[in-house]
Design a binder for this molecule. Structure first.
Ligand SMILES: Cc1cc2nc3c(=O)[nH]c(=O)nc-3n(C[C@H](O)[C@H](O)[C@H](O)COP(=O)(O)OP(=O)(O)OC[C@H]3O[C@@H](n4cnc5c(N)ncnc54)[C@H](O)[C@@H]3O)c2cc1C
Length: 405
């Protein structure tokens, strides 16, 4: 089969690897001018995703770029002293295995692993597609026809819009905004996160030894969605300043860097509600189909597992893409729904709504990080349906042919 994938971040190259390994010919179209190099934000990989990366032969490269945040220092108004927490131990209460890596490092590794076997069209995008015939037009290259088209183009997916219409029909606002930007590496942080917490807002910074800069991460609540233009970056920076100025002198210093930063991201924390994400020859994978909410829903692991399952079901169904798409949706839907409820729950905890919740978050994290794992899990009330969901995803063995060279 000839397979077209839109998007070369995480879900796209992972799907490309497995679809190619099943013997199909794969083209990936990516709107960015070239492969991602370094940047973005830290993302989480849990056991199932790590097993898939291991089978792809890229795990050593992933571990070499691990950011490995092991400790955290929390500040909050009214706290006499900052509170220290063992983040590594805390994470082990929710996952047997966990690796944190910058999204763009992971993307570069996955793209490199497929570059010999997959055709990459950078700096291009789909303009028209037919789910019935597989005919596709692009901004730049001439039209082509594909047997299967996969949208792996993220939360604001172009393929989803062409297939199902405007995003607003399927998206819900989780009550908070998210911003990330690059900071000079002046605090010398390595494997440590500094977080300033207050009612309705959280500002944090982290870095890692191999990064040339640090990242500042901001989360804040609003009662209603804010009215702003997605292309107006200066306007978004002002919204961020309005939300955080005065929280702390250190945070004010980070905000001053907004003038100079070249890497800035701002968005609502948004959840998609599609329970079916395929039509005709076209399907979606990763954030494009089932983003549970950035930062709060374990979406990177979900994207990797989703790509593996889709490719595995395509391999098992032969050329019967319709059967493969329904089997993928059946397989993924319980995890997608679990991730949605996890995301809603985490968004409530991570951005405290009142002083008592600020206290609970800070001291609860410290307490749990000091207990033995069994007790910590009990204390936190974690279950397979909750925060341990990412670890609990069961991988089918699709018995594919040997790994790509
Ligand atoms: C600030 C931030 C913090 C996050 N923190 C975490 C975290 O802590 N843990 C975690 O697990 N996850 C986190 N996430 C979520 C994580 O980044 C995503 O779940 C993951 O990257 C999903 O991968 P994806 O390949 O599905 O989509 P994306 O990574 O969004 O990739 C989509 C790709 O499609 C491309 N594209 C878009 N439009 C087009 C088009 N028209 N034509 C061609 N290509 C196109 C984009 O350029 C991009 O390369 C965070 C996300 C953000 C934004």
């Amino acid at each position: 089969m000839r397979v077209l994938i839109s998007g070369a971040s995480i879900a796209g190259p992972t799907a490309a690897y497995w679809v190619c390994r099943a013997g199909h010919s794969v083209t990936v179209v990516e709107q960015a001018p070239g492969p991602r190099t370094a940047g973005g934000h830290a993302v989480d990989l849990f056991s199932p995703a790590l097993k898939i990366l291991d089978q792809m032969g890229v795990l050593p490269g992933v571990l070499a770029k691990e950011t490995g945040t092991t400790s955290g220092t929390f500040f909050a108004p009214g706290l006499k002293r900052p509170v220290e927490a063992d983040i590594e131990r805390f994470v082990h209460t929710i996952a047997e295995r966990h690796v944190e890596i910058m999204r763009d490092d992971l993307s570069a590794i996955l793209t490199a692993a497929t570059s010999n076997d997959v055709e990459y069209l950078f700096g291009d995008s789909i303009t028209v597609l037919s789910p019935d015939t597989g005919e596709v037009s692009f901004k730049h290259v001439p039209p082509r026809t594909f047997d299967v088209i996969i949208g792996a183009d993220g939360l604001h997916s172009n393929v989803r819009r062409l297939l199902f219409g405007p995003e607003e029909q399927f998206s819900s606002f989780l009550g908070a905004y998210l911003a990330v930007f690059s900071l000079p590496k002046i605090l010398g942080l390595d494997r440590r996160i500094l977080a300033y917490l207050d009612v309705g807002r959280l500002a944090a910074t982290y870095s890692a030894r191999h990064l040339h800069d640090a990242r500042a991460l901001f989360l804040f609540r609003t009662e209603r969605p804010l009215a702003y233009d997605r292309h107006d970056v200066p306007g978004q920076k002002n919204l961020l300043r309005d939300a955080f100025t005065g929280l702390n002198a250190e945070v004010d210093r980070w905000l001053e860097e907004l003038e100079h930063t070249d890497a800035f991201y701002f968005d609502a924390i948004t959840q998609l509600s599609l329970d079916t994400w395929s039509r005709g020859r076209v399907t979606l994978v990763g954030d494009a189909g089932y983003c549970p909410g950035a930062v709060v829903g374990g979406s990177t692991s979900l994207a990797i597992v989703g790509a593996y399952v889709l490719a595995g079901e395509l391999a098992q169904a032969g050329n019967d893409y319709a059967r493969a798409f329904s089997a993928t949706e059946r397989e993924m839907l319980p995890y997608v729904r679990g991730s949605r409820s996890l995301a809603r729950h985490t968004a409530r905890i991570l951005i405290p709504a009142n002083r008592a919740q600020v206290w609970t978050l800070i001291h609860g994290t410290r307490l749990i990080s000091h207990l033995p794992p069994v007790l910590a899990r009990a204390a936190a009330g974690f279950s397979n349906q909750g925060l341990r969901l990412a670890d609990s995803m069961k991988l089918k063995d699709y018995n594919g042919p040997p790994a790509l060279e």
